[in-house]
Design a protein around this ligand. Structure first.
Ligand code: PAF
Length: 439
């Protein structure tokens, strides 16, 4: 049985509002809903006892974001069952060495959480539930257990944009039309390619929640991160693609797993999560996109910190010119037509102020793209400037500068690759030591 769920309507009736508007009554007495248990949340969104949800949340992608989500859920007074999905044995061994602990450090104080269930995957794509690893190294051999390929109700996927489609493909046999996937990544266009390439049949697709995440995180070690700056997690269920996101109070029917996950996340304090309408979320996504389209490639190409792009006339010129194109594409997007104030919100000048603000607030940080380039990882450029170029082409807007930036980043990555391919490999294992002094 499905029931109707509208974030805006719930906001007005106060059901969701209690999660993120008035967390505390006057005089600081905690609101009872805010500290409700996950079972109460499950009961409230899914009173249908014939098809009960287990309430389990799977998390895939245990980088900074995945650790932060898992740790935040574990800090709840009543944590839901959490399964972390580790996609290779190396990660599993690292988690065993950490005794199943995920640690988040805030202002130098470590908060360590345990109690996570673990699944790993073999080369054939079969997932195995592993024994608890808390406080003891596990000698367990996963392959001696039958694989656990049961359906997943709620999946939070925290991989980078360019890995998300592949990661979901690997687990797609466990996702049904009753599942909900919460996508946590930077950049635009991932959902469309998942629908096209992984779940082409609209009647057999899982449900989605999209997010815009703005907390500052840093990595200390595997499963050990720092929470460097408090931000927010803006969430919105994805509506029926045939209904424009701007339709007021669109009568979307959200699945029980979507309602449950949305409630669970908005009632998890460290995430500072708020529910938005699809049209509201899209606007936050586009603001973040504009910031990422400037800070990330400029810092990656110049190998500098975020703050260093602020104090140069040349960077300022490039920033303005890129933003002219980005603003033109965003303002012409058909999915935004009819929303009042779009031209002002996405004017080149307002976008420039956003970029400058974020670059100053994160002045000492290295952007994710600068780190990806230096560590020879794939970048998200196709989901930033690449997306602007593609949408511009559809709308008849030429984005020559964004096209150039996208290719400069790709060229920088290719130069690194060809330099490394040209380096003479030294097979140290087969070096014969003669114990003779060097000539
Ligand atoms: C704020 C930001 C643009 C740069 O640190 C960040 O989103 C990043 O690194 O991608």
């Amino acid at each position: 049985m499905q029931s109707t769920f509208r974030p805006r309507a719930l906001w007005r009736t106060g059901i969701l509002g209690t999660c993120f508007r008035s967390r505390f009554h006057v005089y600081g007495v905690p609101n009872t809903r805010f500290i409700s248990t996950w079972k109460e949340e499950l009961q409230e969104v899914n009173p249908d006892t014939k098809a009960p949800l287990s309430g389990r949340v799977h998390i895939l992608g245990m980088g900074n974001l995945g650790c932060f989500f898992a740790h935040s859920l574990a800090t709840r007074r009543s944590p839901p069952p959490i399964t972390i999905c580790l996609h290779n044995d190396y990660l599993y061994q690292a988690f065993v060495r950490k005794r199943g602990q995920i640690s988040v450090s805030t202002h130098g104080l470590d908060d360590v959480r345990t109690g996570f269930d673990v699944e790993t995957v073999d080369e054939e794509g079969r997932w195995y539930t592993m024994p608890p690893v808390d406080n003891r190294p596990s000698p367990f051999n996963s392959m001696s257990q039958p694989p656990d390929n049961g359906p997943i109700e709620c999946l939070i996927i925290c991989t980078k944009a360019h890995h998300t489609e592949l990661a979901i493909k690997d687990i797609s046999h466990r996702l049904t039309k009753d599942s909900t996937i919460c996508l946590v990544h930077n950049g635009m266009g991932v959902l469309e390619s998942i629908n096209q390439n992984v779940f082409p049949d609209p009647n057999n697709r899982p449900h989605y929640i999209q997010t815009v995440f703005s907390h500052g995180l840093g990595r200390n070690d595997s499963f050990k991160i720092s929470h460097l700056g408090v931000g927010t997690t803006i969430l919105s269920p994805v509506g029926d693609p045939s209904v424009p996101p701007t339709t007021p109070e669109a009568d979307h029917t959200w699945a029980p797993s979507t309602k449950y996950l949305l409630r669970l996340l908005t009632l998890t304090p460290p995430l500072v999560a708020v529910a938005e309408t699809p049209a509201g979320l899209l606007q936050y996504q586009l603001e973040k996109l504009a910031v990422n389209c400037v800070i990330n490639p400029l810092t990656a190409l110049s190998d500098c910190t975020n703050g260093e792009i602020l104090y140069s006339f040349s960077f300022t010129r490039v920033m303005r010119l890129l933003l002219f194109e980005i603003s033109a594409v965003i303002c012409a997007l058909p999915e935004l037509q009819g929303i009042p104030g779009i031209e002002d919100r996405f004017s080149p000048e307002r976008l420039r102020r956003l970029v400058v603000n974020i670059a100053s607030n994160t002045a000492k940080n290295h952007s994710s793209m600068q780190q990806d380039i230096n560590q020879r990882r794939l970048t998200e450029i196709e989901y930033f400037n690449g997306w602007v170029v593609r949408r511009g082409e559809e709308l008849g807007i030429k984005c020559a500068l964004n096209y150039m930036i996208k290719h400069l980043v790709a060229a920088k990555a290719a130069t690194h690759r060809s330099r490394e391919a040209g380096a003479i490999p030294l097979d140290l294992d087969n070096v014969i030591s003669t114990n003779e002094p060097p000539i």
